[in-house]
Design a protein around this ligand. Structure first.
Ligand code: HAM
Length: 427
């Protein structure tokens, strides 16, 4: 039979990589809950209209990257390319939005974008996503950024930069838009890539952060949003920046940072790693005050971010799997029942390990114990069975002794002293 392969841009995650994902998820739960965030789980599939209306009809994500199909009744559905739109939709449908209280939510899981796969860019990728809904305070923006930084530090990541900008609001953005369109119309556009040739009219902000060298050159002298903010936006941004400075967090102001999704207003930010190649943004986010209303909810402000787990995994180091404490080698079929019950008892008493289901020579069993990296091999044969004993072999010293089956936990505990304290953290 021919083999069925996985789809291009989709990955299977095996250990130790999958262990790194567990670590990222568990650390997110630990850190975010300290700031009052609660976890929600939302569908992977949504109505296409949700993303077209939130992310923006003119964005690359909506124009070329969505996995969209018709269901059996001819309705257009899309695999979520990001989580914010779905979180906002769920929030609007829930009683939370009418209660009016500030709501802090996080969600973890796979997203789908039909992009050209390369290092740090896959078609199915995973995000850690956090949102504050119903709050417009600049201190909430600062707290979101500080929480993101705290999370990344807790993962043990160091060489990262934060870039930050303000994109203005419904009041000041339209005039800036016009100024930018005028600038792009008046200068020689030959240097623009084909995407930016189109964006120069439809979505001029995106021309500002295009990475193509020709486009960078064209926009070198373009007007910048940070010089065109209204008083309220200027004030809001100054408070965010001030707070970040107060907290000792190092950031770069980047007036070209516009992000690829249309719902942002005011504060936007990205975290960049210089160690992972062209796809260097490991996290991104910002304020999206108009989105809840645009999706049919109350006119409430909101802010948040998402980290890309594939990119974080590229720079995470030293994540260990849970070590196994024992390997239980069975030397005679009659000892199988006893061995399985003993292994079960050890796990219930807090140890982790495996037993061999095949009777094999002592040599072969010890080889297996070495292969799975245990410090202790337990051996149970017909002799031990009749005497109510078990052999305990310290794999590092080679010392082997017989102990009563009642005392295995004690013997294992002694052998493992000082080990296993850093499971999953690796440090
Ligand atoms: P985004 O910048 O589109 O923002 O994505 C956030 C992060 O997801 C990126 O910084 C990157 O690490 C990762 N990412 C995006 N596309 C891919 C891909 N094809 N392969 C691997 N990783 C990828 C958002 O999605 C917003 N919803 C963030 C947000 C939340 N803003 C406010 N709240």
């Amino acid at each position: 039979m021919s083999r069925i392969n996985r789809i291009k841009g989709f990955s299977d995650l095996f250990p130790p990589e999958s262990t790194a994902y567990v670590f990222m998820e568990e650390t997110a739960r630990d850190i975010f809950s300290r700031y009052g965030y609660q976890e929600i789980r939302i569908p992977i599939l949504e109505q296409t209209e949700l993303f077209a209306r939130s992310i923006g009809q003119e964005t690359d994500v909506v124009q070329k990257e969505m996995y969209t199909f018709l269901d059996r009744k001819g309705r257009s559905l899309t695999l979520r390319p990001e989580a914010t739109a779905g979180v906002v939709r769920a929030y609007i449908e829930s009683p939370l939005s009418s209660a009016g209280a500030v709501t802090k939510l996080f969600t973890l899981g796979p997203m789908f974008r039909y992009e050209r796969p390369q290092k740090g860019r896959t078609r199915q990728f995973h995000q850690v996503n956090a949102e504050i809904l119903g709050e417009d305070s600049p201190w909430s923006d600062a707290e979101v950024i500080i929480m993101l930084w705290t999370y990344l530090k807790k993962l043990g990541l160091k060489k990262l930069d934060i870039e930050i900008n303000s994109l203005g609001c419904r009041e000041c953005r339209p005039a800036f838009h016009q100024a930018l369109i005028k600038y792009l119309k008046e200068i020689n556009q030959d240097g623009l890539c084909s995407d930016c040739g189109r964006r120069a009219v439809t979505n001029p902000l995106r021309v500002l952060d295009c990475k193509v060298p020709g486009c960078r050159e064209v926009v070198r002298e373009a007007p910048r949003i940070n010089q065109n903010l209204c008083g309220q936006c200027e004030n809001h941004f100054a408070k965010v920046i001030n707070m970040l400075t107060e907290s000792g967090l190092k950031y770069h102001l980047n007036p070209s940072l516009v992000r690829g999704l249309d719902y942002y207003q005011r504060t936007t930010f990205e975290v960049i790693s210089h160690d992972i190649g062209a796809q260097s943004s490991v996290a991104g986010g910002g304020r999206y005050d108009g989105l809840i209303k645009a999706l049919g909810g109350p006119d409430l402000p909101a802010t948040g971010f998402a980290c890309g787990m594939e990119r974080l995994a590229l720079i995470l180091e030293g994540i260990n799997e849970r070590p196994k404490d024992f390997y239980l080698a069975v030397l005679h079929e009659q000892a199988m029942d006893k061995a399985l019950l003993m292994a079960q008892r050890l796990r219930e008493n807090g140890f982790s390990g495996e037993m061999g289901f095949q009777v094999k020579s002592v040599k072969a069993q010890l080889r297996q114990a070495n292969r799975i990296g245990v410090k202790t091999c337990l051996l149970l044969g017909i002799d031990e069975l009749s005497k109510g004993e078990i052999q305990v072999k310290d794999m590092s010293t080679g010392v082997q002794r017989s102990v009563s089956q009642d005392d295995v936990e004690q013997a294992l505990g002694l052998n493992l002293k000082g080990k296993n304290s850093n499971y999953l953290t690796g440090r």
